[in-house]
Design a protein around this ligand. Structure first.
Ligand SMILES: C[S@@+](CC[C@H](N)C(=O)[O-])C[C@H]1O[C@@H](n2cnc3c(N)ncnc32)[C@H](O)[C@@H]1O
Length: 281
């Protein structure tokens, strides 16, 4: 459990997720870990690359996301381990690192009904596509352009670590509402929804088709109040804005801090963004 990590005085070595993921919490993992209450089972309704799952020590996990490609991949990696990893490695050679091959494989990904092939290609697209984005058009087609990386890294070690840790996890494809409502006493919930925009022109909401609007953010804040009233603690991450400070005003504790991150659309400009962690306990 988290307590074990806190009490053994050694700083745990942080584990990198094998996927690149917008808004991933690897960089602020120490803060998240410190803010999380103890419990038997950690529920993550917005898993993304699962940085928090990988870097905590609960007995059990329920890892949810509404992106079917992500959950399909996690379930396959959990079950198949090294066999699946070896098959993914096939696409990480110079032969497949060019525009022509990338668009050919992207087309195959969008057309195949074979979930095994789709999962392998999802790993390829994640590391060869532009900026590690995961974006779909309105018809659900993956539409991230080629990333032009010299030699994309194959995250073999990271995938193996994920496979081992996944034996204590259940991967669920559902909405955040359903997963939060299914929580029981003894569970702890960590919510990392798509960020609220920092300004009206900034838009970080398109992780999977469907988006995540202001009503959904409000609904999540409301659910957090109801869930903590049932004795189930819930921690939410988000940008620190006037909107989130108001939406989370019933939280028992709010921790505010700054993180350095890429904030422009072209991913080149760096800036600091105010973040917060709101604990409803
Ligand atoms: C900020 S990311 C989570 C990042 C994650 N904590 C990490 O470290 O990589 C938000 C995630 O929420 C998922 N998501 C968006 N809308 C959702 C919904 N309505 N229900 C469940 N998951 C949703 C997205 O697919 C995305 O993976």
């Amino acid at each position: 459990m988290v307590a074990r990590l806190k009490n053994n005085h050694k700083q745990p070595t942080n584990i990198r997720p094998f996927l690149k993921w917008a808004g991933n919490k690897y960089r602020i993992i120490d803060r998240v870990r410190k803010a999380l209450p103890q419990g038997k089972c950690l529920i993550e309704p917005f898993a993304g690359s699962a940085a928090v799952f990988l870097n905590t020590d609960y007995e059990r996990y329920i890892i949810n996301d509404n992106n079917p490609d992500l959950i399909n991949l996690y379930n396959l990696l959990k079950k198949e381990g090294i066999t699946f990893i070896k098959k993914c490695r096939h696409y990480f050679t110079p032969k497949y690192n060019n525009e022509e091959q990338y668009y050919k494989l992207r087309k195959q990904f969008n057309e195949t009904k074979d979930q095994y092939k789709r999962a392998m290609l999802f790993v390829y697209l994640n590391r060869h596509g532009y900026n590690g984005l995961c974006r779909y058009n309105l018809k659900g087609g993956y539409n991230v352009p080629f990333g032009r990386y010299k030699a994309p890294y194959f995250p073999e070690k990271e995938m193996l670590v994920f496979h081992e840790k996944a034996q204590n996890a259940e991967f669920v494809l559902s909405s955040f509402e359903e997963v939060i409502q299914s929580a029981r006493k003894g569970d702890v919930i960590y919510c990392d929804p798509p960020y609220v925009p920092l300004s009206s022109s900034a838009n970080f909401t398109s992780y999977s088709s469907g988006g995540f609007n202001i009503e959904k953010q409000q609904q999540l804040a409301e659910l957090a109040k109801q869930t903590s009233a049932k004795g189930i603690p819930i921690l939410i991450s988000n940008h620190n804005t006037a909107f989130t400070r108001k939406a989370y005003d019933k939280a028992n504790k709010i921790t505010k801090f700054h993180v350095q991150r890429f904030i422009s659309c072209n991913g080149k400009k760096r800036g600091t963004a105010g973040e917060l962690l709101a604990l409803f306990n």
